[in-house]
Design a protein around this ligand. Structure first.
Ligand code: NAP
Length: 349
């Protein structure tokens, strides 16, 4: 149970991403020195929001270049760090070559970062951004889960390269992380397993899945009706806060499911309507399942996915995150409202 040295720098991988940006912001607000890795430092527009936060907060930001697929490229950034927060991993749901675009960066990247941690003196803890996607594969599995609720004890055993490849990438990456952690005793591993992350972004990027989902809700993509699909939903600020808590609370251990509450897309739409009325064409009804079976395959929804997910609610037990990390969840309606506000403010709707 290490006492993490707060005076030493904290490494955050994939620092310009949606979740990581909030982690960097909270660390800088608390006065930490942050070693932030990005793929390409010359893409200044991707890090402008971080340098702006750096200029007004007490912490100090140092940018490094590192790529998940380049062995050893995290070594320089990790030097001197006590805490490593590994968030970088592609989050895409539609991809033609999942091995190359998802599995390789997730698995080889985790191996790359954690093997470097093994050879970097002074690393005390690694916090990995995993996902509930490493806990379950398809919503139908809830029916056979003990007590009909997903907990940290479960592992996704149904996803594969062909079926739910993003979930598969998160599962193999987290399994690899635990395997590597078990081969040494210098640092311990703690994982954060969030549901679908929503809430305001610190940057104006629109290439992330969370932001794209919110844009599609507001721009009428589901106007004809919402697919009867369910998510555990959690605010990006809670997810970021959980990484700091998992990093600095000595007793933190194991996996942590993060979900404020579970909702269908239609329920989320009803919450948005409560806030915004008819300002945006949020869906008002369910899309009949037959339409999804007919047209879903052209949109990247296989019949197997639909059969195992359509109409099956989800339930996650978030007790450990509240009891052990002391995490407090804001209501999902507030998260959704503030995500739309940010997109409006940034002219992205
Ligand atoms: P995001 O904004 O797309 O961030 C992904 C990050 O990974 C980006 O910083 C990206 O770098 C980096 N990355 C991708 N490929 C890389 C490579 N080859 N080398 C180095 N960096 C690479 O997505 P996010 O939603 O914040 O996701 C962050 C983490 O949270 C991921 O591990 C994801 O699986 C996990 N997660 C997300 C959600 C969610 O709903 N958003 C839910 C559960 C778990 P660039 O900035 O250079 O593109």
């Amino acid at each position: 149970m290490p006492v993490i040295d707060k005076e030493r720098p904290v490494l955050v991988t994939g620092a310009s991403g949606y979740i990581a940006s909030w982690i960097v912001r909270f660390l800088l607000e608390e006065g930490h020195v942050v070693h932030a890795t990005v793929r390409d430092k010359t893409q200044t527009e991707k890090v402008a929001h971080l340098t702006e936060i750096d200029s007004r907060e007490s912490g100090q930001l140092r940018l490094f270049e590192a790529d998940l697929l380049k062995p050893g490229s995290f070594a320089e950034a990790m030097k001197g760090c006590a805490l490593v927060i590994h968030t970088a991993s592609p989050f895409q749901l539609n991809t033609k070559d999942p091995q190359r675009s998802l599995i390789d960066p997730a698995l080889k990247g985790t191996r790359n970062v954690l093997e470097t941690a093994k050879h970097t003196p002074g690393v005390q803890r690694v916090v990995l951004t995993s996902s509930v996607a490493a806990i379950y594969g398809d919503a139908i599995e809830l029916e056979s889960a003990p007590g009909q609720v997903f907990t940290e004890d479960q592992w996704n055993e149904s996803s594969s390269l062909r079926h739910q490849p993003y979930s598969y990438s998160k599962t193999v990456a987290e399994r690899e992380a635990w395997k590597i952690a078990g081969t040494q005793s210098e640092w311990d591993l703690v994982t954060i397993n969030p549901g679908f992350v929503m809430g305001p972004s610190l940057s104006q990027r629109t290439d992330g899945t969370s932001t794209q989902f919110m844009q599609s809700m507001a721009n009428g993509q589901f106007k004809a009706g919402a697919p009867d699909l369910y998510f555990g939903v959690v605010d990006v600020r809670e997810v970021a806060r959980a990484h700091l808590l998992a990093g600095f609370i000595s007793e933190a251990e194991g996996r942590h499911i993060l979900s404020a509450s579970e909702h269908s897309i239609l329920e989320m739409s009803h919450m948005l309507r409560e806030s915004y009325g008819d300002k945006y064409p949020f869906p008002k009804k369910l899309l009949p399942n037959i339409f999804l079976y007919l047209f879903g395959p052209f949109q990247g929804f296989s019949w197997n996915f639909l059969r195992r997910n359509l109409g099956y609610p989800l339930r996650f037990n978030n007790r450990k995150s509240r009891a052990k990390l002391g995490l407090k969840y804001r209501p999902v309606a507030e998260t959704l409202r503030e995500h739309i506000l940010q997109l409006e403010k940034d002219g992205l709707l």
